[in-house]
Design a protein around this ligand. Structure first.
Ligand code: ADP
Ligand code: MG
Length: 700
């Protein structure tokens, strides 16, 4: 049982002030935790990715574009757009004794502008400056305050990753109220280590990261961040040491298939397996047939055909008269697996069922009964598969897709649903070989390096946004031949209005060029509306899907052959690669167009260059590591290493070895964690949700 001390941190997020039903949904998307509903802890671990430093107070004459500044100005003039329905922005001319500039508001709320920026009033405005047609302007200032308001504006303000529908102030407010709930924690680190490395306590570290005094405070190398990273790594290593010991104690069970179902699947496929797929399947079948428990990772880039490998492995278990489960990280992906595998399963006589959090009660209890009675061979689902009520007749193999979203404890939870369950983990995130062992423990690895045959390479081109008309013409020609096109508009972090407006504008323009042929999806749309747009595109009723970055990872429309990415310079490499991976899945020759804004920085240029050079996800991952941190990427989450939220592969890898030794030493001396430090470490394990290890302590 989790210590009561930690309860405030594990309370649902919506118990915080300012998190309502609607923002709650957005937070769910932002924090994206496997169990769906985020908790107070999840928002506290959502660390700032950068900050606004308002200590600079230049005069307008001295202010430079691309700088975040705080300016003292007098409101001179309101320039409302013509007509209420105009898409033109509302502009406000402001001045000081050295010059003037414009504040620009898209989709403006006029009442708010008239109230907050009355003509003649003195105001302090903060935001990023830019140059537009030779004039200095500030689009959507982050603060507009009077003298009284000024006192409350922090000079250094952390900025957080957002998702559509959330603003900085929503996240900041949730974090403020969340921090108030932080209980006093015991010190679980070795006191000598803390002293030598001059580390703050866990609570101090969190406070500093959310209330930085200096820009350096939020950096990955800062003592505060190192402290949290080490805590997380230590919890992970402790759990791994305990789990490994346990795994070694329990024997596996040999599962021997005879190949008859696999043969039927192969006969139903219009293609043959790649060499990598064959090898992976051979490795898996050998593991499963032995009486050791399998713990294997299948790494393969998007589109390398991991799902088929999983299906054949599951077929093997069913041939032996046993069952298998396939777990996906999201509802959409679980459904997609189910739909794609159904025809093959039918051809091979496999009985599938889908279990997710959204099933109707009646259908669900029927599915659960069939599963428990052994009338179903394979269960596909989300984390709902972990629930108590889910029982298998004889589970032999659990396949976990997109590993990095799940922790060790969840793999283990599935493993507990049968006798000596074999575990296969699939990930599209390439992890350097040397790090696999430390991150995932005793895992064997199969790598799908080859792409399925018959895939022509994706032609990737980069061009400046100014040439968009040519792109539209080219897209039109391809559409006349039946092509389907993704058109991605990026997330503008500072403002959702801008972002949705950009996508809506692009949609309107394209819909005018291609009437009836264009769909739009963005995060402000309702679920059914979004589903309808996706479905129209999937069926080919529409040929262009204009989207903000809501296109889920893993969504599969094989007919789509063109990917247009606007403002490609705002995306990270991994993101660009993921997006590009949405095309090139069918027979048609595919292309990817990266439209960039002139005046690329060095890092953005390098990213685009790498995209043009290679489609190799492993190479791209390496380059990404190299470039990351050197330039800021909009819209990306400050995500940690696979399976970690605070520790980062590139910066904290060195701590991993220390944590591993620390864990081994502690457990050698105090295997039951009963000493004073041991007791504090128990709290650490719960805090980072490695409690499966605690169960082993109690069982053993
Ligand atoms: P991943 O999960 O690795 O991203 P998928 O398993 O979704 O990739 O496979 C992508 C597409 O490639 C699917 O449409 C699948 O049917 C197809 N595919 C898988 N293996 C092969 C193969 N050996 N030859 C041709 N196409 C394949
Ligand atoms: Mg997949």
């Amino acid at each position: 049982m989790r210590p009561a001390l930690l309860n405030p941190l594990f309370a649902p997020l919506h118990t915080l002030k300012g998190v309502g039903p609607k923002t709650g949904k957005h937070f769910e998307r932002l924090l994206d935790v496997p169990q769906g509903e985020p908790r107070v802890l999840d928002i506290l671990f959502h660390l700032p990715h950068s900050l606004i430093d308002r200590r600079a107070r230049p005069k307008i004459r001295d202010a430079r574009p691309d700088q975040v500044v705080m300016l003292e100005v007098t409101v001179a003039e309101h320039r409302a757009p013509p007509g209420r329905n105009s898409r033109a922005p509302f502009r406000v001319l402001v001045e000081d004794e050295t010059g003037d500039m414009l504040l620009v508001f898209f989709l403006a709320n006029r009442d708010w502008i008239e109230r907050s920026l009355p003509i003649g009033a003195k105001r302090w405005v903060s935001g990023k400056l830019e140059l537009w047609e030779g004039h200095l302007q500030m689009v959507h200032p982050d603060r507009v305050v009077d003298e009284a308001g000024l006192a409350k504006v922090p000079l250094i303000e952390p900025l957080y990753g957002l998702t559509e529908g959330l603003y900085q102030r929503n996240v900041q407010r949730a974090i403020e109220t969340g921090l108030e709930r932080l209980p006093a924690m015991p010190e679980w680190l070795d006191h000598e280590y803390v002293r030598q490395r001059k580390l703050p306590s866990f609570n101090e570290a969190l406070q500093t990261l959310h209330h930085p005094h200096e820009p350096g405070d939020i950096e990955l190398e800062s003592p505060a961040r190192v402290r949290l990273a080490y805590d997380e790594l230590l919890a992970g290593q402790l759990a791994l040491v305990m789990v490994r010991a346990h795994m070694r104690e329990t024997r596996g069970r040999a599962t021997l298939g005879d190949g008859r179902i696999a043969a039927k699947i192969m006969a139903a496929l219009p293609f043959s397996l790649t060499g990598s797929q064959q090898q992976a399947i051979a490795e898996i079948n050998a593991d499963v047939a032995s009486d050791k428990r399998m713990l294997r990772l299948v790494q393969g880039d998007v589109g390398s055909g991991k799902t088929l490998v999983a299906l054949l492995a599951m077929a093997h278990a069913v041939e032996a008269g046993r069952q298998a489960a396939l777990m996906a990280p999201t509802e959409i992906l679980a459904r997609q697996h189910f739909e794609r595998l159904t025809p093959l399963a039918e051809a091979a006589g496999l009985r599938l069922t889908l279990i997710t959090g959204r099933d109707r009660a009646a259908a669900r209890s029927k599915a659960l009964e069939a599963l428990a009675a052994g009338h179903v061979d394979i269960a596909i689902g989300t984390h709902a598969l972990f629930q108590e009520s889910v029982r298998f007749h004889d589970l032999a193999l659990a396949v976990v897709d997109e590993q990095h979203r799940f922790g060790v404890h969840q793999r283990l939870a599935l493993g507990e649903k049968g006798e000596a369950v074999d575990i296969l983990v699939m990930t599209a995130t390439p992890i350097p070989r040397t790090l696999v062992l430390t991150y995932f423990g005793d895992m064997d690895v199969s790598t799908l390096r080859e792409k399925p045959a018959g895939r022509s390479p994706i032609e990737t081109r980069a061009m400046p946004l100014e040439r968009i008309n040519e792109v539209v013409e080219g897209v039109g020609r391809a559409m006349a031949k039946g092509a389907r096109v993704y058109w991605v508009c990026p997330l503008v972090e500072e403002s959702e209005e801008l972002d949705v407006a950009a996508a809506q504008d692009r949609f309107a323009e394209l819909a005018q060029a291609f009437p009836g042929k264009v769909s739009l999806v963005h995060g402000r749309m309702k679920g059914p509306e979004k589903d309808a747009a996706m479905l129209g595109f999937q069926r080919g009723d529409t040929q262009i899907l204009v989207a903000t970055t809501v296109i889920e990872v893993g969504v599969d429309v094989p007919e789509a052959s063109i990917m247009v990415i606007e403002h490609a310079e705002r995306f990270g490499l991994a993101q660009l690669h993921q997006l590009r991976g949405r095309v090139g899945r069918g027979a048609a020759k595919s292309s990817c167009l990266l439209l960039y804004k002139q005046g690329l920085g060095e890092v953005a240029r390098a990213r685009i260059e790498i995209m043009r050079e290679t489609e190799d996800g492993f190479r791209i991952a390496e380059e990404d590591l190299r470039l990351r941190g050197e330039g800021e990427v909009l819209g990306t989450r400050q995500s940690g290493a696979p399976g970690f939220r605070l520790a980062s592969l590139e910066v904290h890898a060195g701590l991993l070895g220390v944590a591993r030794d620390d864990a081994a030493l502690v457990l050698a001396r105090d295997p039951k964690l009963l000493s004073e430090r041991g007791k504090a470490l128990r709290i650490l394990l719960y805090l980072f949700e490695r409690d499966e290890a605690m169960k082993l302590l109690q069982a053993g």
